[in-house]
Design a protein around this ligand. Structure first.
Ligand code: UDP
Ligand code: MG
Length: 407
């Protein structure tokens, strides 16, 4: 490959403390790629490992011209690592996979073959998943069932990292937070045509899993958030089976209108309940109407700031900046639990204090909605959110040049 020639295939592998896995995995990937016979690059994204992962990769790279290593200064999460890999990948076709040898590179040719049947995204399905039954496989089946109902994307295994993509499509899909688990649903926003095939799965031999049961609650909040995101953005998708050639969600006026529409729609029940209660429970009625009005206010401000934020050269509005950078956690993770607690408290108080309880419930709902609206802004600005700091990027000469072009 010379500096102007781009590889056909890019393999993206996020790794966090996987020192023992990277060498055997790279060798397997290399053997499979050589057998395919197309030009390729393998991008390992070291997500701020504390073990010797980076040292092992650096040494390997000095012997392997197809290997590129991106290194984060600190742990930014699997989604950010994948997003960085997609950003720097130069191939027309991209494969993502875990770096712990649980996915099998031998499945890559099958994924590519399926992709060539005119799909934009082919997902692996770990039909015979080699993980713990109660803590991993059962929650995963439930989560995938809910995701398929909520999003209408009937994929069996959203959580499988082994996937194949057309580069021009995946590079348009905004990824932030832990959205790597929802790539199929997110891809529908840009009109991706999605397929799935059964892939192999092996038990972990070296190192440990990076996630515990805590992911269940986070996944529930994520499902709520992206349901809203889909309802705001999905209309922009070209759902007629044609791949998109430009950023659909950059249509500012449509986005503005859609956010306004969703928030205005949410506010309607509060006005109706408020009106019904006006002679029975005045305080509750007033607070309902107040909440409805706030929602409309939020819808306007959000629509405005969203549209503004989407202009890539423009400065972010204070509201957009707050949701993107001011929240230590993602908006839904920050406001969601607080809103739920306030509403629950309000429900309990209603028994003894019928004047205070409903107000608290409404405030709780409002706080929750703030989280959801913040999420739409965050989504629209996902590229800014994925604020990973790349410390070093090593590759054959052509990729170093590519990195210099990008930075
Ligand atoms: N990973 C990462 N950053 C993180 C957590 C995980 O890059 O903060 C990588 C990890 O090294 C592995 C992949 O993401 O290559 C999947 O992680 P893991 O195997 O722990 O997840 P599981 O298979 O248990 O769902
Ligand atoms: Mg794993």
């Amino acid at each position: 490959m010379n500096a102007t020639q781009k590889p056909y295939l890019s393999i993206v592998v996020p790794v966090y403390n996987e020192a023992e896995n990277v060498v055997p995995l790279y060798k397997k990937i290399r053997a499979v790629c050589e057998s395919i016979g197309e030009t390729y690059e393998v991008l390992f994204v070291d997500d701020g490992s504390h073990d010797s992962t980076f040292e092992v990769l650096s040494k390997l790279r000095s012997q392997e011209p197809h290997l590129a290593v991106i290194r984060f200064q600190e742990n930014a999460g699997q989604t950010a690592a994948m997003a960085a890999g997609f950003e720097f990948a130069q191939g027309e076709r991209i494969i993502s996979m875990d770096g712990d040898l649980q996915n099998d590179p031998a499945d890559i040719p099958n994924l590519l073959e399926k992709l060539d049947e005119d799909y934009d995204l082919v997902c692996g399905w770990r039909k015979e998943r080699q993980d713990k039954f109660w803590t991993r496989r059962v929650p995963s089946v439930v989560a995938n069932w809910i995701i398929s109902k909520v999003t209408g994307v009937a994929i069996h295994d959203n959580g499988c990292s082994l996937k194949a993509y057309r580069a021009e499509v995946i590079k348009q899909v905004p990824l932030y937070g832990e959205m790597h688990r929802f790539i199929p649903a997110m891809s529908t926003v840009v009109g991706a045509r999605i397929a799935e095939i059964v892939v192999k799965h092996h038990p972990r031999r070296f190192g440990t899993s990076k996630y515990g049961l805590g992911r269940i609650w986070r996944v529930i909040l994520d499902i709520l958030a992206f349901k809203l995101i889909l309802s705001v953005f999905a209309r922009h998708a070209n759902l007629n089976g044609q791949p998109l050639t430009q950023h659909a969600y950059h249509n500012q006026m449509k986005a503005k209108f859609n956010v306004f529409r969703v928030a205005a729609f949410l506010s309607l029940p509060f006005f109706i309940i408020g009106a019904l209660l006006i002679n029975v429970a005045t305080i509750a009625a007033v607070s309902c109407i107040g909440l409805g009005t706030s929602l409309i206010g939020i819808s306007l401000i959000t629509g405005w700031s969203l549209a503004k934020a989407q202009r890539e050269t423009a400065d972010l509005s204070p509201l957009a900046s707050f949701f993107i950078y001011g929240c230590a956690k993602r908006p839904i993770r920050r406001f969601g639990p607080a809103g739920a607690v306030l509403s629950a408290l309000g429900s309990i108080l209603t028994i003894g204090f019928p004047n205070v309880g409903p107000i608290l419930i409404n405030i709780g709902i409002l706080v929750f909605c703030c989280g959801l609206f913040g999420e739409t802004i965050t989504y629209a600005n996902a590229k800014r959110v994925v604020d990973y700091t790349v410390e070093i990027f090593l590759n054959a000469k052509d990729s170093v040049k590519h990195f210099e072009d990008v930075s």
